[in-house]
Write a protein that binds this ligand. Structure first.
Ligand code: HEC
Length: 119
């Protein structure tokens, strides 16, 4: 009996890692934006200290957004578009690597919110 409990507990822990992130939650994404992104970005087409993020999901695909949000400095080094973005940014600021953006679900949520901008 005990061993079964252990096995099922272990398989639960194991399989919970395999469950993919849930579809992005717009409300949670907006909360993340208001807390972490709005210091530099506007949710419109206008620049603040960084490009306005309206329409970003049309300019960039989801895979690119995940990579950039997770590791912007690596993207700025290796990705042509990110390199140009950095080079043309007049504010002497750069997109920070944020601990919250290391979490896939948080990225799904913020991308879901970004997708509602510019409609
Ligand atoms: C300290 C300021 C700052 C903060 C905070 C910040 N960013 Fe940025 N972000 C930038 C800058 C500056 C760029 C332009 C690239 C560069 O120069 O590094 C940028 C670029 C981007 C781009 C690409 C824009 C384009 O037009 O292609 C996206 C997407 C983005 N940021 C999303 C976010 C999100 C989402 C957050 C919050 C989780 C965030 N940023 C927080 C400064 C910031």
């Amino acid at each position: 009996m005990k061993i079964y409990v252990k096995i099922s507990a272990l398989s639960f822990i194991f399989f919970s890692f395999l469950v993919p992130a849930q579809a992005g939650d717009v409300v949670k994404g907006k909360a993340i934006f208001d807390r972490l992104c709005f210091h530099c970005h506007k949710p419109s087409y206008d620049d603040k200290f960084a490009p306005g993020l309206a329409g970003i999901t049309e300019r960039r695909d989801t895979k690119w957004l995940h990579s950039f949000l997770q590791n912007p400095s690596k993207m700025i080094e290796h990705d042509e578009y990110a390199k140009n973005l950095k080079a043309s940014n007049p504010y002497n600021l750069t997109m920070p690597t944020l601990p919250e953006m290391q979490n896939e679900q948080n990225r799904e949520d913020i991308i879901a919110y970004l997708d509602t901008l510019g409609e």
